[in-house]
Every structure is written in structure tokens, then in C-alpha cells.
Design a protein around this ligand. Sequence first.
Ligand code: FES
Ligand SMILES: [Fe+2]
Length: 396
Amino acid sequence: MLTSDENDFLARVGPGTPGGEMLRRYWHPVATAKDLTDEQPTKFVRVLGEDLVLFKDKSGRVGLIGDKCPHRNASLVYGRVEERGISCAYHGWLMDCEGNIIETPPERNDAIMRNVKATAYPVQTFIGLLWAYMGPLPAPVIPHYDIWVRKDGRRKVTVRPRLDCNWLQPMENSADSAHLEILHQTSIGGDKQAVNTTRGFIDDVEMYQYHTTDWGALIKTRTYKNGKADAHPLIFPNILRVGDRTQIRVPMDDYHTHHFAVAFEPSPNGEIIEEDDLPTNVMEPFKDPVDALYPVAKFRIKEVPEQDYMAWETQGPLADRTKEHLSFADRGVVLYRKMLGESIQQVQRGEDPWGIQRDPDHATIDTNLDESLVWERVGRPAGINTETIGSTNDAP
Ligand code: FES
Ligand SMILES: [Fe+2]
């Protein structure tokens, strides 16, 4: 159980909040590379409580700029892109990707061009996604996790439905091992029957263990009674790698979260593949009506991702952790909260939080991907349906 202040300290993401300042030390995907086209070169995005516009100018550069024009606040989503940047539709003020105001029609106002800047953040394209950095410069680098940088395979991007709750709910779930055998019992059993709905497949598990790594991950290990074990890293602060994919949860604001998944399929013979245009798939919403919240919205709960979304969203738009009662099985959640609290305090002391990489040439970070890929194919104990998990891809 947390106090209301502790809950806000960890969960809130807006500018100036402790958690928001910590999250701004990392690069985050905010859209897919396919979201900007010549026909539709702008896109509104809300990230970490800020309303922003992504745009691709006619020289091919991508910018991320405050939605409100610095002149008189019209939205730049309707701006017209030019060679040098984006021109506000209302009176034509022209901004470049760095937020410099480079024209102020009808007059040329040097004082404004010198003294006023639009909010602007650096953007880079990586593994089929557009990534933004919204913290103080110099920016770190996007860490070279094996699953993101290995060349011997193909990647595929999936955009999951918008998650209508705070980002911490899916992240705590990623440190919550025991839910697999209960919440997902109808999806993981294959031909085997759960003993009853209360225990699901929990009695197949000998123990759950948790430890942290120096590269900024919380590893949860599940050991089954038949001696097999699997391990998954929660990559701090907002990424889960399970099996062949990463799930990246990016806060839009305190009550909504972007959810991207990037899968990696190794080439059968280790062949190096030049990837450029990554296949990108957008998932249908898991609930109806799509814009409603529980209890008006009803979730489908047949597949694993739907079951997870149901659990995360019904905890509330921002879970009230003053009303929870943690048990021994929640110790992974407690450890993750500890990492989060310590990282926020590191940022408050002017230090880098967990897992920040600043060397552009740093070695590939081994997330133990190979072992997970083998496990996905052959490692699961009898009774755990590999096919179902493989097709839904995020059971643990
Ligand atoms: S409001 Fe954008 S140029 Fe006037
Ligand atoms: Fe789950």
C-alpha cells in the first residue's frame, strides 16, 4: 500500500512531476515511421502530458514541436510543411525542426525570431518507430539491446490499442509473475485443465524469483515443478521483453498510454538482413465502445493481450494504491517500485537514472534473447500451450 503522495510521486508523468522528469531522461517511441507520409506529413501526439506535433518537412527532416503555435496558439497539426520546416496555417509563421522561428509574416519581426522559440524535441527513426527525447541535453543514446540491434533477422512493429490508464499499471504487471497462471489460464493450458479457476495453473510453478542487473533490468524467473525455468527482463523504465518481442509502454498523460510492440524473428541460418521498411500492423481495440472506460466499456477477454488490458484498465485510470493489500507474490512489483523511486531520486540529485547509455559505441546489451527464443520453441513444460502463447506473444 502506498500513500496518495507516494502514488503520485511514482505514477504521474507531466512536466515538472518527479516521475515525469525521470521519464524524460529516456528516448521514447511516439509514433511509427509509417505515420508520416507525403500526403499526411503531420501527426498530433500526446506524450508525457505534452501536446505535440510530429512533422516531416520537405527536405525529409522529422521534427517534434509544441502543438500550439507560438504566435496565437493555433494548432500546428494543420501547418503546411516546407523545405525549411512547418508553416502555421493561420498566419504563416515558419518553424524549423529545432523550434526556431524563421519567418513571421506579414512583417519580419527580428525581436520575436531572436527571443521566442517553439517547444521542440529531437527525433530519430529506429526499428520502424519515431523516437523522441524530451529531457535536458545532451541526450543519451537509445540502448543497444540485442533484440533491437541484431542484424540476423527481421523485425515487425505492432501498434497496440491506446491503453486508457496510467503507464505504471502495465509496468507493474510486467513484474507480476503470478498473474500468468491465473489471469491467462484459459489461454495457456492447451489440452490440460486448470485444477479450478481460483488456482488456474499456479500449482505447476515451484517458485518465482527476481533480481536486477547492472544494465537496468529487473529479471523475473519462473521455475516450474518439472525443473524448467524461464526468465524475462523488464527493461527499466517502461519496456518488457518477453520471448521474441519488446513491448514499449509510453505515457501519453497520467491516464493514457501508447503501447508499441517490436518482434524479432531470427533468420534460420543466421543470415544478415538489411531491414528498411519494417512491416507495421495496427491492432483493433479490445473493448467496446472504444472510447469508453470500464464499467461502460466491455472488454473481450479471450486472448492474452485482451485479458491484460482488462486487468490494467479496470484498476482505474490511475490505480489508487492507497487501497491495495500487497502479498508475498507481489514482491516483484515492490522491487520495481523501489527501482522507480531510486531512479527518480537519482534524477533529483542530478544523476542519470537506471540504464542510461551515453556512449554511442557501447557494446550490444545481452538481454538473454537466445535463451528466450529457444524457450519459446521447445522449453515450455507440458500443459503450457506454446502455440497459443506464441501467437499472442505476451503471456508472461
Ligand atoms: S497562430 Fe500561428 S501564425 Fe498566427
Ligand atoms: Fe499478462
